[in-house]
Design a binder for this molecule. Sequence first.
Ligand SMILES: C[S@@+](CC[C@H](N)C(=O)[O-])C[C@H]1O[C@@H](n2cnc3c(N)ncnc32)[C@H](O)[C@@H]1O
Length: 406
Amino acid sequence: METPLKTSNYELHPASYRHLSSGHPWVITDKFTDSFGAKDRLIRCLCKKSGNQFLLIADTAHPKIKARLWSHANEPESLSPESFFSVLRERLIDSFSDRLRIIQENKRQDIFLSFGEADFLPGLFLMRLGEGLIIQSYSGFWKKIQKDLIPLIKEALKEVGLEDMISWISWQERNDQRDSPLKPIFGKMPTTINVEEFGVTYKVKLDSGYDLGLFPDMAAIREKFQKSFSSKKVLNLYAYTGAWSLMSLTARASHVTSVDLSEKYINWLEENITLNEEKFRGEHRSITSSVSSALKKLEKSEPNSFDFIICDPPSFSSDGKKTSSSLKSNEAHMSSFSQLLRKDGEVIVFVNTHALSWKKVKDTLISSGKKNKLRMIGSLNLSSDCPTLSSFPEGEYLKGLHFKKI
Ligand SMILES: C[S@@+](CC[C@H](N)C(=O)[O-])C[C@H]1O[C@@H](n2cnc3c(N)ncnc32)[C@H](O)[C@@H]1O
């Protein structure tokens, strides 16, 4: 028997009703949300104008998002607080079932089994890594109902036949403090594991804090390019632990240069290279440096020589002197990409933040590309196990643009 959830009725700002009615799942802090109580778990509200009812999960400790949409008037069966846990169970089952095809293909062991708002599990991300399941909670609500949530996750795994795949479960709070370690809650979590993705083995360090060494949300995008690297000379900027470098090497790239400012990540990347050495013949070179200074040097030493550049900066990065946003640094680096690429060479550029719209990213980079003989030939979105909702632009945080040098 699950714990009853304290449910309160509140009035919301008219704009919140408009957003919720159009499918946007967040209620952002304002004078109406000030009245939410710290002990509230569910929030019921009724828009008097439209007569629409909503059930929200409370997220009162979050600095900005005070509640997230659970159900609205079109789903009367899930509007009642009493049905919350049975609806949760059904949504977990649906979300796991949606990934069964990818799991059965057995091409990767890093898969999101639920992807938050897009799976109608707001702020709850469940990531399979090898034999483990990592519960990433972006909303304080889930921690508060953890005791009831874990058995439901186990039941849902069993229901879809995945219970044998998972031997440990850990919990990670995902918030702005980037030091939240994984907390084991079931089974024995190892400190490091090897995870397979499209024939590459990655070392994942489960004891290393916020970032585990692999970003599974990019796996489907990486797969799209697997066939593009054969015999190519590749430059991987902001290489981190080397996912793109290893993917291109095992896809028969002839040469890969990886650049990252952090010695820690370059060492980790080298560990990953060693793990996979037998699978490739191409050469690899690591450069521990800021991207700006590596680009300046490479422009002099190896102009017009790269076939493929991947540039995936963090949302904000510093080269030791100044800090810039990923959009600004990408914009500034477009001329170097053009200098470094041979004719018909390609570059993929990412901006990883929900704070910038697709329009802003496209307008800025396409215009900078035009000035530098780089023509946009495609865009890259989250997909596959990482779905998005058209009514929720914040969920489309990963934005990639693909250019060709003309
Ligand atoms: C978002 S991660 C890149 C993820 C990686 N592309 C992947 O797919 O796994 C950002 C990386 O950029 C590195 N970094 C941050 N600022 C940098 C800079 N100015 N120059 C070079 N690397 C930088 C960080 O050390 C980190 O490894």
